[in-house]
Design a protein around this ligand. Structure first.
Ligand SMILES: Nc1ncnc2c1ncn2[C@@H]1O[C@H](COP(=O)(O)OP(=O)(O)OP(=O)(O)O)[C@@H](O)[C@H]1O
Length: 259
């Protein structure tokens, strides 16, 4: 099944074309990476998928439904979860509270019930708490539940951010540079973790990442952006050896060792 279908999407900022006629398809259960040099348009592309920006041209289909120009809230409710390049946890909240905040869109209690703390509201609260605790156990952060998010080691903050996105029960998870700032050991643990949630939670994953070792090891397919345009797509081995990709990363003349 096709989870995501992007058709000729363009986003301009004034005269700058940040994303230029990009099309791609992501199938259920895939780990699909979007790579490219700095400023290639990767984050803007994610922002188009999650409704932060509306494309100037093109269409975005999620599970067959047209979500072009949707809002971030709607995209989350439909099942698109994401993390950000710069960690966006609530540092002054506990680990558990960060998960509960992430989960709120699935709470179906009417406002008045919540305000009056009716039995319905309390039942929902209990359910939310149980689910949050079991998610923390699943990701290995239960022992940290009462600590402030900002006091966690860096690798665990990243993991908590992913866990918060998972609390939304997404079908598609967008990870924006999850390995940024990690040491090799943390990156390896992250790799295991991403593979685990993909298979055990039935997720489809779209990944932006600069760590090429991680990208090459973990991706089923890769798309390469350069100056907003998709210049290559394929399996890791195909992309790694593609002269246009090598050129985009290393500059003209690098491909094939030609001068
Ligand atoms: N809100 C904005 N207003 C104007 N220009 C923007 C805006 N957001 C991004 N850009 C520009 O669009 C281009 C693509 O930026 P984007 O952040 O999407 O690239 P990226 O591939 O994610 O880069 P990096 O790998 O450095 O994070 C860049 O030239 C950037 O300066």
């Amino acid at each position: 099944m096709r989870v995501l279908e992007v058709q000729g999407v363009t986003k301009r900022f004034g005269g700058l074309v940040a994303v230029n006629q990009v099309s791609l398809e992501v199938n259920e259960g895939e780990i699909f990476s979007v790579i490219g040099p700095n400023g290639a348009g990767k984050t803007t592309f994610f922002n188009l998928l999650t409704g932060i920006y509306t494309p100037d041209e093109g269409r975005i289909l999620f599970l067959g439904q047209d979500i072009t120009g949707s809002t971030p809230d709607k995209a989350a409710k439909l099942g698109i979860g994401r993390t950000f390049q710069n960690i966006r946890l609530f540092g002054a909240m506990t680990v558990l509270e960060n998960i509960l905040v992430g989960r709120h869109i699935h709470t179906r209690v009417p406002y008045l019930h919540a305000l009056l703390r009716t039995p319905l509201a309390r039942k929902e609260e209990r359910k939310a708490l149980e689910e949050a605790l079991s998610l923390l156990e699943y990701v290995g952060l239960l022992h940290r539940k009462d600590e402030l998010a900002r006091n966690l080691p860096y690798g665990e903050q990243r993991k908590l951010e992913i866990a918060r996105a998972l609390a939304l029960k997404p079908k598609l998870l967008l990870l924006d540079e999850p390995a940024a700032g990690m040491n090799p050991k943390e990156t390896e643990a992250l790799q295991e973790f991403i593979l685990k949630i993909r298979s055990e939670m039935g997720l489809t994953i779209l990944l932006i990442e600069h760590d090429m070792r991680l990208v090459m090891r973990i991706s089923d397919r890769i798309a390469v952006l350069d100056y907003g345009s998709k210049i290559a797509e394929g399996k890791p081995e195909e992309v790694r050896t593609n002269p246009r990709v090598i050129e985009a990363y290393l500059g003209r003349g690098a491909a094939g060792g030609a001068a």
